[in-house]
Design a protein around this ligand. Structure first.
Ligand SMILES: [Zn+2]
Ligand SMILES: [Zn+2]
Length: 230
C-alpha cells in the first residue's frame, strides 16, 4: 500500500491508494503514469465540485468503477449504471478486500462524504473539504486530512484585499483550518499512526512548511504535504 497524490488543492484532487483505489477524479489522468492508472480498480468520489470530479467520465472510460452518493451523481447529471454505483453514508462496502465506510462531511455540496478504508492491518482515514472533523476513530494507521488554511493568514488576506469577503466566508465555512486539523489529531489516539498527509492546502492562505512543523511537533509522526507526484 502506498499513498500517491496527483493533486490536492482547488486546482484538482486525485489520490491513489496504490495499487487499487483512486479517491476523486479532479486531475487529468494523463498526469498519472499509465502503469499506476492501469492498476486502479475503483474510484471513490467525495463530492461533486469540479476540482474533485472534472475527469469522472474519462475515468469511467478507463473501465474503472466509480462510487459516489446519489446527491453527488444527481448534481453531476449522472444516472447510476454498471459503472456508476450509489453509496450511502455509514453503509459499509467491501470491494477488492477493502472495507470502505463513507461518512458524511460538512461542505457546501449536495451529499458530501469522506472515507474510512480498512484492509489487513491498514486503517486509513481520508478527510477533505469539510468545515469540521468531529470524528473519533480507533486504530488508525494513516491519516490523510485537510489543512486548508491558517485563520490568521486568511484574516490578513481579507484585510489586505488579497481575497474578497465572499471567498473568505466560502473558505472559512467549508474547509478545515490547521487548528481544526490539530484538534482532530489531539482527539484521536495516534499510537498506530505511521504517516500524516496534509491535504487540500489553499495556495494563498496556507504555509506548508509551518503546517508540517506544527503537526510534527504536536504528534511526533512523519508528516507530509500531499504534493503532486511526477
Ligand atoms: Zn475541493
Ligand atoms: Zn468542494
Amino acid at each position: 500500500m502506498e499513498i500517491l497524490s496527483y493533486g490536492s488543492s482547488s486546482a484538482g484532487n486525485c489520490t491513489i491508494i496504490a495499487p487499487d483505489i483512486m479517491i476523486d477524479a479532479g486531475v487529468n489522468p494523463r498526469q498519472i503514469p499509465e502503469h499506476i492508472l492501469r492498476q486502479v480498480d475503483f474510484c471513490l468520489i467525495t463530492h461533486e465540485h469540479g476540482d474533485h470530479t472534472k475527469y469522472i467520465q474519462y475515468i469511467r472510460n478507463k473501465a474503472i468503477d466509480i462510487y459516489a452518493t446519489k446527491g453527488t451523481l444527481d448534481k453531476l447529471g449522472i444516472k447510476p449504471d454498471y459503472r456508476f454505483h450509489v453509496i450511502h453514508s455509514q453503509a459499509v462496502l467491501t470491494i477488492k478486500g477493502w472495507k470502505i465506510t463513507p461518512f458524511a462531511s460538512f461542505h457546501d455540496a449536495s451529499e458530501p462524504v469522506n472515507y474510512l478504508l480498512q484492509k489487513d492491518k491498514e486503517k486509513i482515514i481520508f478527510i477533505t473539504d469539510t468545515c469540521k472533523a468531529p470524528w473519533v476513530v480507533t486504530g488508525l494507521t494513516q491519516i490523510i486530512i485537510e489543512a486548508n488554511h491558517d485563520l490568521d493568514l486568511l484574516d490578513d488576506n481579507l484585510c489586505n484585499r488579497v481575497i474578497s469577503g465572499e471567498l473568505f466566508s466560502r473558505i472559512m465555512f467549508n474547509h478545515l483550518n490547521i487548528s481544526q486539523t490539530m484538534d482532530f489529531l489531539k482527539t484521536n489516539n495516534l499510537s498506530k499512526v505511521k504517516g500524516i498527509y496534509l491535504a487540500h492546502l489553499s495556495k494563498l492562505n496556507s504555509d506548508p512548511k509551518k503546517f508540517v512543523k506544527v503537526i510534527k511537533d504536536l504528534t511526533g509522526i512523519h508528516t507530509k504535504i500531499m504534493e503532486v507526484k511526477k
